[in-house]
Design a protein around this ligand. Structure first.
Ligand code: DGL
Length: 275
């Protein structure tokens, strides 16, 4: 059995933006990051398939000693968060596109959400829009292929910037002044977005709020033993480790922040189906 820790889950590399936010707040946390890269991308998969993958992975993470689970994937939360909470015995923190703060801070009353196809078409975003987007125009833009580029370590190429420019041209010309990042992978795009967006556009990334919520829950539930290990961030992926490492190194070399971490063997799927 592995030591007590926070579990962080994503389909790929994007959830590391949340791990970085946790690390910024407390570098002593013990964190285990699991990326279901074998099934990446989740963005265009069926909701039922995503739900199965997330529940199965989460169960194994909890069996491996995870005391609090963060699903650092908007697409997975959109498909599976409610079901997951029925199955999982530890507190679960989800993530969703930060439509609410974007809607509260826009002056022009026009905001943009960038997300995967699954998140854009999901009920969760529709509900957020109904709850908080009533008096603003919301452009929810699906970005097929964008998370894939980032998963391969590209956060700043000309091709990526041109993809962003094409997608954002219309809302920018219509006066949007707030952009919500609805996919954790896009948290690595601050440099690219600076090149594409006019200076007045505010960018909202939910990673920090998710980290704050997780740390509050740790305090409330007295999971204090979680912070007794120093600088202990381990990761594991369901797909190819070398490709994952390569992408991590490329992102770091391009200026993306990813905390120090080591490859761990904390996930034990035993006899469970994992593919
Ligand atoms: N990181 C995931 C999210 O936040 C998306 C990547 C994928 O398509 O799997 O939505």
């Amino acid at each position: 059995m592995s030591q007590d820790h926070i579990g962080v889950f994503d389909s790929g590399i994007g959830g590391l933006t949340v791990v970085q936010a946790l690390y910024d707040k407390d570098p002593n946390l013990s964190i285990r990051y699991f990326a279901d890269t074998k099934f990446f991308p989740y963005g265009d998969r069926e909701q039922s398939e995503i739900t199965d993958r997330v529940i199965e992975s989460a169960q194994v993470m909890v069996e491996s000693g995870c005391q609090l689970l963060i699903i650092a994937c908007n697409t997975a939360c959109s498909a599976a968060l409610e079901y997951l909470r029925e199955y999982i015995t530890v507190p679960v923190v989800g993530i969703e596109p930060p439509l609410k703060p974007a809607a509260q801070n826009t002056i022009s009353k026009r905001i943009v959400i960038l997300a995967t196809e699954g998140t854009v078409s999901g009920d969760r975003l529709a509900k957020l829009e109904a709850d908080y987007g009533n008096d603003v125009a919301v452009d929810s833009i699906p970005m097929p292929g964008l998370a894939d580029m980032i998963e391969n370590g590209d956060i700043i190429s000309e091709k990526l910037i041109s993809k962003l420019k094409i997608s954002l041209q219309k809302p920018i010309s219509l006066g949007a002044d707030a952009l919500a990042l609805g996919c954790t992978h896009y948290g690595f795009l601050s440099g690219a977005l600076k090149q594409v967006l006019p200076k007045n556009i505010l960018i909202f990334d939910p990673a920090d709020a998710v980290a704050r919520r997780a740390l509050d829950l740790i305090k409330e539930n007295r999971l204090l033993q979680l912070s007794t290990y120093k600088n202990d961030i381990q990761y594991q992926v369901s797909g190819n480790h070398q490709l994952f490492n390569l992408a991590v190194n490329k992102i770091r070399a391009s200026g993306g922040n990813i905390p120090p971490m080591t490859r761990g063997k904390f996930m034990d799927f035993k006899g469970k189906r994992v593919d």
